[in-house]
Design a binder for this molecule. Structure first.
Ligand code: ZN
Length: 70
């Protein structure tokens, strides 16, 4: 994903801002990294340039010991 996309993206759960951690970046875009929501404590991976912004399953969050907001 291009870095310019970041201001457009928001957390699919709480619609809050996401923070970006870049692992691999080329001249054009961020190839590998992660987007995280500081409010929900959920991490969305960026793999092969594509951010995976699907909301995480509730079970996953419970398994991680996090509170789930209804
Ligand atoms: Zn959130």
């Amino acid at each position: 994903m291009r870095r310019s996309l970041l201001p457009i993206l928001c957390c699919p759960v709480c619609k809050g801002d996401l923070s970006l951690k870049v692992t691999v970046e080329n001249d054009i875009e961020i190839v590998e990294g992660e987007l995280s929501c500081p409010t929900c404590g959920v991490v969305y991976p960026i793999s092969e340039g594509i951010p995976d912004l699907l909301p995480r399953e509730k079970e996953d969050m419970v398994a991680r010991g996090e509170k789930v907001r209804q």
